[in-house]
Ligand binder design. Structure first.
Ligand SMILES: NC(=O)c1ccc[n+]([C@@H]2O[C@H](COP(=O)([O-])OP(=O)(O)OC[C@H]3O[C@@H](n4cnc5c(N)ncnc54)[C@H](O)[C@@H]3O)[C@@H](O)[C@H]2O)c1
Length: 325
């Protein structure tokens, strides 16, 4: 298919664009920042640019990964989030309908499910179990608010025009350190998060490819993307009290391998994202999980998770360059 990929200069884009090409798709990348996989430099908030790109390249499907996201909150006013994340999404899906496309993929975020009470930690029932039916939704910042509004806009256009829509609520896959300065940090934190709230960027890209190909059978649905947690709902209470005890049941070697690496297991796990609907409905399951990390630790081989504390999003890198030149 001829696929328009937004955010093609970003972290996801640099994995997803080549993966799409390797699988026979012709990719046209759109991003506000130039990049190897970006043919059109411009903003999705510009409807004329979107329409021109659709027509010039005979686009048959859109994957909308471009966005202002959480690290951008400190740099951009709220209105910019509305322009890019809401208006931009509406521009794209309306252009997709006008072009007669039968499918539209929207990269959303699990972050919009994190209400103040979820963020505050596990309740009496134990760790929050987060699947696509979790609600009511009350995003806590402008990033989540605009992603949720964009999801709703996609659903509205699906209802009115029938275009198939896959909303991919993606867990963490960024390579930099957590901006909340969490302890532990670095690869130790990323490995811990694979238990319940993270996936690799390669798996995120693979999920987008699988959803693109399955979209005509999806109709309109929302999917959590995260590495498969080893736990079941019955573990929720104990996870919030004593996560190492639960982890030891599923991975008896974990404590020893972690100690050898100088790492620490999480004391408590307060929310778990459940990606099983994506597996049921379009056959995607993350290849890399917590067990993959333990295997790498046991073998002394390279870790299967990208970690780059120096990573900055393309917009920030461009702004820094402009300031120093
Ligand atoms: N990184 C994560 O951990 C994570 C987690 C959940 C969801 N997501 C979502 O995944 C998607 C990709 O994120 P990423 O990690 O690759 O981020 P990124 O910042 O590396 O890439 C986002 C890209 O979008 C581009 N962009 C920004 N405004 C644009 C505009 N107006 N028009 C066109 N392009 C624009 C940026 O220049 C950038 O290249 C985003 O939608 C993000 O919300 C990311």
């Amino acid at each position: 298919m001829r696929v328009l990929l937004t955010g093609s200069s970003g972290w996801l884009g640099r994995y997803l664009a080549p993966l799409l090409s390797q699988n026979g798709h012709r990719v046209v990348g759109v991003d506000v920042v130039p990049g190897t996989h970006t043919q059109i430099v411009g903003t999705v908030a510009d409807r004329a640019l979107v329409d021109r790109t659709m027509a010039d390249h005979g686009i048959e499907a859109i994957i909308h990964g471009g966005a202002l996201h959480k690290p951008d909150i400190v740099r951009y006013p709220r209105q910019a989030f509305i322009d890019v994340n809401v208006t931009g999404t509406l521009n794209l899906i309306e252009a997709a309908v006008a072009a007669g496309n039968d499918r539209f993929l929207f990269t959303s975020t699990t972050s919009l499910m994190v209400r103040a009470d979820v963020r505050a930690g596990a309740g009496d029932a134990g760790a929050w179990w987060m699947d696509e039916d979790f609600g009511p939704l009350e995003p806590r910042n402008i990033y989540g608010i605009t992603k949720l509004a964009a999801e709703q806009a996609c659903r509205l256009v699906h209802r009115e025009h029938g275009i198939n829509v896959a909303i991919l609520r993606t867990g963490r896959f960024f390579p930099e350190d957590d901006d909340t300065h969490a302890v532990p940090s670095g690869p130790n934190l990323k490995a811990n998060e694979l238990l319940h709230r993270r996936l690799t960027v390669e798996d995120a890209a693979a999920a987008h490819l699988a959803a693109l190909e399955a979209a005509p059978t999806i109709c309109c649905d929302t999917f959590i993307l995260s590495a498969p947690p080893p736990f079941g709902r019955e573990d929720a209470a104990e996870l919030a009290r004593d996560a190492p005890a639960v982890i030891a049941r599923y991975f008896p070697d974990a404590a020893r391998l972690y100690a050898h690496a100088g790492w620490v297991l999480p004391d408590r796990i307060e929310r778990v994202y459940d990606p099983s609907r994506a597996e049921r409905r379009f056959g995607w399951r993350a290849r890399t999980d917590f067990g993959s990390v333990l295997t790498a630790l046991a073998k002394g081989g390279p870790l299967p998770i990208a970690h780059d504390p120096a990573y900055t999003s393309p917009i920030v890198a461009q702004e820094r360059e402009a300031c120093t030149s």
